[in-house]
Design a protein around this ligand. Sequence first.
Ligand code: GLU
Length: 441
Amino acid sequence: MPAKNAATKSGKKVKGHLGRHSTDKPSAFDNALKQFERAAEILELTENQIVVIKEPRRITEVKLPVRMDDGSIDVFKAFRVQHNVARGPAKGGVRFHPDVTVDEVKALAFWMTYKCAVVGIPMGGGKGGVTVDPRKLSKGEFERLSRRYFAEMMDLFGPDRDIPAPDVNTNPQVMAWFMDTYSMHHRNHLPAVVTGKPPEIGGSAGRVSATAQGMVYCVRKAFEHLGIDLSKASVAVQGFGNAGSYAARLLKRDGCIIRGISDIDGAFVSDSGIDPGLAVKHVEQYGTLKGFDKHAHVQKLDDPMKLLELPVDLLIPAALENQITKSNARRIKAKIIAECANGPCTPEADEILEKKKKFVIPDILCNAGGVTVSYLEWVQNRMGYYWTEERIQDDLKRLMEDAFARVLQTSLKYDVPMRTAAFIVGIQRVTEASELRGLYA
Ligand code: GLU
């Protein structure tokens, strides 16, 4: 069987991304370290303490050969990074995106370590990624790529080792394929190896909306703290995947007016407010927000990045890293920025936002609802007993509100922004766990 690579197959349609370099992209891992260093300085950590908790403990890179529908074979670059496992098994999603690099996955795994620590769940940090544009794959190709990813990384994963979950462009169906691949190999039903599964096969109630729901619990507390009425707030949401689409729907339920939404194909605004339910239906029908301005009250922005600069009370970046940078941070008008995405603000942007007295609810707190319900799913899988949606919501609310209160208290105590405060809380917990365990040998 001849194996053709992506470049020679058609000469135009490149599905694999083996040669791709993203040197123009700012380093997400460098950004993450800058955030870490500010908190580490305040805590006066020693070099020995820093060296143990800063760098990832394991980086795995593999090439995934996948049979395409036309019989050719494409090869995709794939990663899994385990950042720190002092507090428990590595935990974190798997992302399918054309811009995935090892640097990005390192940063995402790093943020997972501190995210789990901030909400106090007994997990470490991990993340995976495949450099692929899933929009160019058929459903069959998508499934074969997903299964091959899990099979290649099989030795890393396990209910007590490393537990993946959904992230950008992966979903409960992909988790079902992951779980099935692992269970088939082990000749055992092992649902706790992955979270974010469909409820029919061991997924938890409340998991799909958990990231956005956790953000809402934080946002309510932030508005309360700042003395602003959330039920009259205007909102812009960047990104209309899982987190963004639920964020818009849940905030509308709280009485907010959704002024703008966006996805990869454009940004859409409305003075009278966007109905997120209608936008979800549009995406279900067309697979994109493209064409959403067919509704009379909706306009498309010429520059989708301008969505971030809308005069709203609350801005929710729910897409990718490095969206709010030194070049647009000065023009951000929202008073509160709730990071549903991981790493949407660069450290330079943070400095500007701090001077402008913006209240940023940082990713490692704001979007921790997803991994929190993932943890609850893992617990239920291990018990073989499943809780009601009500029970999940009670636990999620309590864990998010406790984390928010602790981070806010830390921010007031040290007079630092919420991001640095969240790192202070997270670093303290990871360092304590590391020191209690000590060094083996
Ligand atoms: N991908 C999500 C995150 O960035 C969820 C991770 C998980 O549930 O393990 O937090």
